[in-house]
Design a protein around this ligand. Structure first.
Ligand code: D5M
Ligand code: FE
Ligand code: ZN
Length: 493
C-alpha cells in the first residue's frame, strides 16, 4: 500500500493525518493489519487527527501488549490444570424424584426440615438446652428455649408480634413485646415455615420472647481453597430467544473467555478460567409470563437451546461448564428442579465438558464448595421482609443463608415438590453461595461465605417494567478459587 492509499484509507474513516507524522505513519502501516490496528485505536480515542503525540502514544501504548503476552504463552493457565469437579449427587433431585405430591410427602419433607435445622440450632451455644413445647408449657415462668417451625406471624393491634411456633410435641403462641424495639426489629426477618429458636418464659398461655435465634453460620468456620491458580465464573439468566437478550454483550463475555477481549490483567484473569457455573434461565422459554410471545425472537424452545449451545461451543474447550435450570428452563417448575431435559438439550449431554445438574446444585470445584440455586425464592423473601429489595439481592441471599434454607416460605411464588427429604436445606455450608434470577449482580461476604448473585445478559422486559424491576445486565462475577477473592467483569459498553 502506498502513501496515498494510506491517506485515503484514513480519510474514508474521517481521520486526518498531520503532515509531521506522515513518514513515520507510513512505516508503521507496513501491513494492512497494522494499519487497521492504528485506525481502531484512533477511532476508540475519538480523535479526528493523528498527531505526533498520538503516534507516540500508539507506539508506546499498552494496546499492543495484550497480543504479545497472549501470543507468547502457548497455553492458558487453566489449560495446565486438570478439572476437579465433585458433584454431590445425593443432593441432586435429577432422576430420583419420588414425590406424588400427597400429604404424606409434605409431612416427610417438613419433618426432615425440622430435624436437620433444629440440630443446627441446638449446636449453637446459647440455645443448647432447648425443650419440647409441651414440656415448657408444664414449667411455666422459668426461662427456657424452644425450637419449631413458624406456622404464622402477625402484628397485634397493640403492635406486639404474635408467632405461632410448632414442634413435634405441640404448638405455642409466642409474643414479642412492642416495647422491645431491638427484638421487634429482628422479628422483621422471621418468615413463615422456617425453623427458628426462641428463648423466653411461658405463662398464661403465651411464650414471652426474650431472644430470637436463626440457624445461622458459625463464626470461625474452616474454609477450603484451591491449591491451583484457577478461577470460576458465575453467570445466569442469559435468556437466549428473548428480544431483550443482549447478544453483543454476551459475545463480548465469550470473547473475553477466549482472551480476545479486555486489557492485560483482564486477559490474564480469563486465562485462569477453569469453570463456568450457569445458574439457570439459559433461554427465555415459552409461555413463562403474560404476552412473552411478543418479545421472543426465537419462538421454538428447541431452537433457543440450540442457539445457546452455539455460544457454548465458542468457549475454549479446557473450561468446564456446569448448568442448573431456572424457572424459564425446560424442566418441572416445582423445586427442587431436575436438570434440563435431554429432550431439549441432547447436544449438551453429549458434550463431555458440560455437566447438566439439578437446581439446587451442591458441588466442589477444585476443592471449593459451592451451592448454586436459581433464586426463585428471592421473590418470596423480598416481598416478606420489608428491609429487602430487588436492588440488593445479596442482602436477600444473606437472609436465606442465615435461615440455612434456600426457599423457606411455602407457597407464594415458588411451587414445592415435597420429596422424602428437604433438598433446599443449606446443611453443609459452602464457600460460595450462588444465585441468579433477580437480574442484578451483587455480592457480599459473611463469615467466610461468599454470597454472590450473578446478574443477567437480558435488558429490561416489558413485564419487568410493569413490576418496576430494573435489571443491571452485563456484569459478571469471577471467583479466584485459590484466594476466594471476587472480581467483576463488565461487558456492557
Ligand atoms: O425473573 C426476572 C426478574 O423478574 C426477577 O427480578 C424476578 C422478577 N419476577 C419474575 N417473576 C416474578 C413474579 N411472578 N413476581 C414478581 N417478580 C417476578 P425471570 O425468572 O427471569 O423472569
Ligand atoms: Fe431470569
Ligand atoms: Zn428466573
Amino acid at each position: 500500500m502506498n502513501q496515498n492509499q494510506m491517506i485515503y484509507k484514513f480519510l474514508d474513516n474521517n481521520i486526518n493525518i498531520h503532515p509531521s507524522v506522515l513518514g513515520e505513519l507510513r512505516q508503521l502501516c507496513s501491513s494492512e493489519l497494522d494499519m487497521n490496528r492504528i485506525l481502531d485505536i484512533t477511532k476508540r480515542k475519538g480523535t479526528s487527527v493523528i498527531t505526533m503525540e498520538l503516534l507516540d502514544e500508539i507506539k508506546n501504548g499498552n494496546e499492543k501488549k495484550p497480543e504479545v503476552i497472549i501470543k507468547g504463552r502457548k497455553k492458558a493457565i487453566a489449560e495446565e490444570y486438570d478439572a476437579d469437579i465433585k458433584i454431590n449427587c445425593s443432593k441432586d433431585i435429577t432422576s430420583k424424584s419420588f414425590t406424588s405430591g400427597n400429604l404424606n410427602n409434605f409431612v416427610k419433607c417438613f419433618n426432615n426440615r425440622y430435624e436437620v435445622l433444629s440440630k443446627i440450632l441446638k449446636s449453637r451455644q446459647s440455645i443448647t438446652s432447648s425443650n419440647l413445647i409441651e414440656i415448657v408449657k408444664n414449667h411455666s415462668f422459668s426461662e427456657s428455649s424452644i425450637i419449631g417451625i413458624v406456622n404464622s406471624k402477625k402484628e397485634t393491634k397493640k403492635g406486639h408480634i404474635l408467632i405461632e411456633l410448632e414442634d413435634p410435641s405441640g404448638i405455642s403462641n409466642a409474643l414479642i413485646l412492642n416495647k422491645d424495639e431491638d427484638l421487634k426489629k429482628i422479628s422483621n426477618e422471621i418468615v413463615t415455615d422456617e425453623i427458628i429458636g426462641l428463648k423466653g418464659k411461658y405463662g398464661r398461655g403465651l411464650f414471652i420472647v426474650h431472644e430470637i435465634f436463626f440457624p445461622d453460620v458459625p463464626i470461625n468456620r474452616e474454609v477450603r481453597k484451591s491449591s491451583d491458580p484457577v478461577v470460576a465464573v458465575l453467570i445466569s439468566d442469559v435468556h437466549v430467544g428473548s428480544a431483550k437478550f443482549l447478544d453483543d454483550v454476551f459475545l463480548r463475555f465469550i470473547n473475553w473467555l477466549r482472551m480476545e477481549e479486555g486489557n492485560i490483567s483482564q486477559r490474564e484473569l480469563a486465562s485462569k478460567v477453569k469453570y463456568i457455573v450457569i445458574g439457570g434461565d439459559l433461554v427465555d422459554g415459552v409461555g413463562i409470563y403474560p404476552e412473552q410471545k411478543e418479545e421472543l425472537v426465537i419462538r421454538d424452545i428447541h431452537k433457543q437451546y440450540a442457539k445457546f449451545y452455539e455460544y457454548l461451543s465458542m468457549i475454549p474447550d479446557y473450561i468446564e461448564i456446569i448448568i442448573i435450570p431456572g424457572n424459564h428452563d425446560a424442566t418441572r417448575q416445582a423445586e427442587p428442579q431436575p436438570a434440563i431435559s435431554s429432550d431439549f438439550a441432547q447436544e449438551y449431554y453429549d458434550d463431555p465438558r458440560i455437566h447438566m445438574v439439578g437446581n439446587p446444585l451442591t458441588a466442589e470445584l477444585h476443592g471449593v464448595r459451592i451451592v448454586s440455586y436459581h433464586g426463585k425464592s428471592l421473590d418470596n423473601i423480598i416481598s416478606a421482609i420489608p428491609t429487602l429489595s430487588y436492588t440488593k439481592p445479596a442482602k436477600a441471599m444473606l437472609s436465606l443463608l442465615k435461615k440455612r434454607h434456600l426457599s423457606p416460605i411455602y407457597g407464594g411464588k415458588v411451587p414445592l415438590a415435597p420429596e422424602n427429604a428437604d433438598y433446599l436445606i443449606l446443611e453443609e455450608l459452602p464457600e460460595i453461595l450462588h444465585m441468579g434470577h433477580v437480574h442484578t449482580t451483587d455480592y457480599t461476604t459473611y463469615r467466610n461465605t461468599l454470597v454472590i448473585n450473578s446478574g443477567t445478559f437480558q435488558a429490561q422486559t416489558s413485564y419487568q417494567k410493569k413490576l418496576n424491576i430494573h435489571p443491571i445486565p452485563g456484569n459478571t462475577p469471577v471467583v479466584d478459587l485459590q484466594t476466594l477473592k471476587i472480581s467483576e467483569m463488565k461487558f456492557l459498553v
